[in-house]
Unconditional design. Structure first.
Length: 177
């Protein structure tokens, strides 16, 4: 079986939805929040990619607005104003992030880094693949790396909840691989 962290998380939340979407391969429409998260991720990838220079904030903001316009076309909104609320929220979020994390201050090794780790089931002798995409990997010195996973939710989870979450542990396996 080939599975990602998000699929494992979905299984923990609702095994029936996991079966419907992952095993039976049925696609569900993306929520406006999911589309927003995707566009923020794409914009951050643009922000940390020097080509040949890092983009200025107005370029980042323009990129976000353009991608939001393209990606949100098939999303249902209660009212047209709701679309602009997401734009304002995204630009504010990106502006705060940009001010605290200017891209030229980091040694980014990779963006949207795909990984695959083989796991063997000792009982059945089956090989399973754990796959994922690490948003960003930074290098600090010869022995230290940082795995960064962007989140766009309103609240930061508690430390206890983060300690119980397997995502970064699984990403660490991917980094080691």
């Amino acid at each position: 079986m080939r599975i990602s962290y998000s699929s494992l998380e979905l299984y923990q939340a609702c095994p029936y939805l996991f079966k419907f979407t992952v095993l039976d391969k049925n696609k569900l429409p993306k929520s406006k929040e999911a589309v927003f998260g995707t566009v923020i991720h794409e914009t951050l990838r643009f922000m940390f990619n020097p080509s040949p220079l890092f983009p200025a904030f107005d370029e980042i903001s323009d990129f976000f607005c353009l991608r939001w316009g393209e990606k949100s076309k098939n999303v249902e909104f209660k009212a047209e104003e709701e679309k602009s609320v997401f734009i304002k929220k995204g630009i504010l979020m990106l502006e705060r992030f940009y001010k605290k994390n200017p891209p030229w201050n980091f040694t980014v090794l990779d963006l949207e880094s795909r990984f695959e780790v083989s796991l063997n089931d000792a009982e059945t002798n089956e090989e399973h693949k754990l796959v994922g995409i690490i948003d960003r990997i930074d290098k600090y010195d010869d022995d230290n790396y940082e795995i960064i996973d962007y989140k766009t939710s309103k609240r930061m989870p508690s430390q206890d909840r983060l300690d119980q979450n397997l995502q970064l542990s699984l990403y660490n396996l991917g980094l080691i691989k």
